[in-house]
Design a protein around this ligand. Structure first.
Ligand code: HEC
Ligand code: HEC
Ligand code: HEC
Ligand code: HEC
Length: 484
């Protein structure tokens, strides 16, 4: 997650609050090399983009503390954490903060690492992550007189950051990371703004800040205003209903009249409150600090920079080479265990064996096949190859055709992907219609599964397709009925 601060037209700080390098908290040993190669590429790319400093989130430790320490030596920007310490003497392994100047404003940027899962919070045996209560006060004391503005890069979750904001009044901006996948607009807690950009580097958050000697944010009344407005709407509705009741049930006339007067009073009060809030919003912030906030999708921003793009392509190639070798090794391994009779020798994977492959279907369903060949599903594997990811198991699962029975047969996706015949590259007929070998032999006796929304959603997850609307998307890929 990134957060970009801009001053007038000149970017002054480009910060990353952490969770930049790796996706999960732990990485299986045999995937480490590929993941580290990818992380190398990310580091080079953000460096080329001019990163000022990066926080360290627990996820960044997934490649091992040694990896991060080595990476730090190679990078020009500092990695910050005040509470990631050596176990023996509790000294910080990284810089706790930096002080940087932009224009005439001195800005302190502090790093705070969130809680690492597990009892001791320690995977390597040589570091530990201290809780914020142990470190924050001292670190803040060190920067307070040396900076006009204090920014905390924190990978703690939002409720903890809110507690931090209430406890320490000298932090002006908390940039949090590593939790939700969503962008959140800044939230003000006392004199601290807390903000977050969606995880996994999908977005840049940009804040334009006008900072001045008051060192206080202008209060944002919009939330309060909305609440009062909602109450006014509700009151207006109650007034209408009151009048309707009087017309239709004249029995409780006097009670209704009294209620009517109360409602009018409430309405007047709320209207006054709104006028006051609007006025304070316009004038109350005089002399205080203001900001505007926006989010920028990184997919559209990265390719503009040739150098960064080249680094990313190069890193993807390296990762792909490592993944290809790994996949080859696995294929070899699965074949030997099968032959040795320990695995599923002479007993081919029943899930895969139930698939026929699209070429078989073509014989009897030429119209549907011709149509399918024109859709993206028929090119999904090539799409991966085009971005050097066709050996990445994490990507392949949704870009090829697999039976959906992992749990019941004990045949694992990894093994299937390692042994997958090229017929099943791409999202084929059976990814949607289910296994079809039996149907292909006896079409009149064995029907096919209905391709409903549930099937699509196994691949069209929010992470990979953030606007999946079944009805709309169905129109684009639904196979045509036969001509006759
Ligand atoms: C030997 C010819 C033949 C082959 C091969 C064949 N089908 Fe069919 N398929 C048919 C016939 C005939 C029907 C119509 C069945 C009916 O009306 O009872 C049909 C119907 C269907 C239907 C409509 C739903 C249903 O069950 O009626 C789907 C979907 C389908 N086939 C998909 C496939 C897929 C996918 C493959 C490849 C795995 C495939 N078919 C292979 C002959 C074939
Ligand atoms: C096995 C995973 C998988 C399943 C199941 C799946 N999709 Fe897809 N879908 C993909 C992938 C991957 C792509 C991207 C293809 C590409 O362009 O490389 C895609 C692309 C699409 C597109 C863009 C089509 C185009 O021609 O570019 C639509 C629309 C779509 N899917 C709808 C659906 C619907 C509707 C279903 C369910 C009936 C479905 N998908 C089931 C993986 C899947
Ligand atoms: C959970 C399933 C899933 C996984 C895992 C997955 N994809 Fe996809 N991918 C999709 C779907 C679905 C689409 C089509 C999205 C759409 O039509 O909007 C797609 C589309 C794409 C596209 C073409 C559209 C685009 O965004 O440019 C590319 C490239 C792509 N995926 C690459 C990858 C890579 C690289 C990985 C692994 C790092 C990966 N995918 C992993 C489901 C997946
Ligand atoms: C992305 C999902 C998807 C893929 C891939 C796909 N289909 Fe379909 N197909 C559908 C949907 C959705 C329908 C309409 C609902 C249904 O019948 O399940 C359909 C309908 C059909 C029908 C019945 C048409 C009718 O209206 O009578 C046949 C036959 C068929 N598909 C065959 C194929 C064949 C053969 C392939 C591969 C070459 C294929 N499909 C690939 C989603 C898919």
């Amino acid at each position: 997650m990134k957060q970009l601060a801009k001053h007038e037209k000149r970017p002054i700080l480009f910060l990353d609050a952490g969770a930049l390098l790796f996706q999960g908290a732990t990485i299986p040993a045999d995937r480490l090399a590929a993941q580290q190669a990818k992380a190398d590429g990310i580091i080079k790319a953000v460096q080329a983009m001019g990163l000022t400093a990066a926080g360290i989130a627990p996820q960044d430790l997934a490649g091992g503390i040694d990896y991060l320490v080595r990476a730090q030596r190679k990078t020009r920007f500092p990695w910050l954490s005040m509470n990631l310490v050596r176990q023996t003497d509790r000294r910080p392994l990284f810089a706790p903060f930096i002080i940087t100047k932009t224009g005439s404003t001195r800005v302190a940027v502090l790093g705070l690492t969130g809680r690492v899962p597990g009892p001791a919070g320690n995977t390597d045996g040589n570091f530990m992550v201290l809780p914020w209560q142990d470190v924050l006060r001292d670190t803040l004391a060190k920067v307070r007189d040396r900076a006009d503005m204090v920014i905390l890069l924190s990978s703690y979750p939002c409720p903890v950051n809110e507690r931090i904001a209430r406890r320490f009044h000298g932090i002006h901006l908390i940039i949090q990371s590593g939790h939700a996948t969503a962008n959140l607009p800044p939230k003000q807690v006392d004199n601290t703004l807390i903000c977050q950009v969606g995880a996994k580097g999908g977005y840049l958050g940009r804040m334009d800040i006008r900072w001045n000697a008051s060192r206080r944010w202008r209060h944002d009344f919009s939330g309060q205003l909305r609440t009062v407005q909602d109450r006014l709407d509700r009151t207006n509705w109650l007034i209408k209903r009151n009048q309707w009741l009087k017309r239709h049930s004249p029995r409780d006339r006097s009670a209704l009249d009294e209620r009517y007067r109360e409602l009018l009073d409430t309405r007047d009060q709320l209207r006054t409150e709104i006028r006051q809030l609007q006025k304070r919003g316009r004038t109350g912030g005089k002399g205080l600090c203001a900001y505007t906030n926006s989010f920028i999708s990184i997919r559209t921003t990265i390719p503009e920079d040739r150098a960064v793009e080249a680094i990313i392509v190069q890193a993807a190639r390296t990762v792909n080479r490592i993944n290809r070798k790994r996949l080859q090794r696995q294929r070899q391994q699965f074949r030997t265990t099968n032959r040795a009779g320990q695995g599923h020798a002479n007993n081919p994977d029943p899930g895969m064996a139930a698939l026929a492959g699209w070429q078989t279907c073509r014989a009897c369903h030429p119209e549907q096949t011709a149509f399918w060949l024109k859709t993206g599903h028929a090119r999904a594997w090539q799409t991966l190859a085009a971005v050097n990811q066709q050996f990445n198991l994490n990507c392949l699962v949704c870009h090829v055709t697999l039976p959906a029975d992992d749990k019941t047969t004990g045949y694992h996706t990894e093994q299937r992907l390692a042994l997958l015949p090229s017929t099943f590259n791409n999202v084929g007929c059976e990814a949607c219609h289910g296994p079809g070998k039996k149907h292909a032999r006896q079409p009149k006796r064995v029907g096919m599964r209905k391709a409903g929304a549930v099937v699509c959603l196994t691949c069209h997850t929010p992470d990979h397709d953030n606007n999946f609307d079944f009805k709309h998307k169905l129109k684009k890929i639904r196979c045509p009925a036969p001509a006759a």
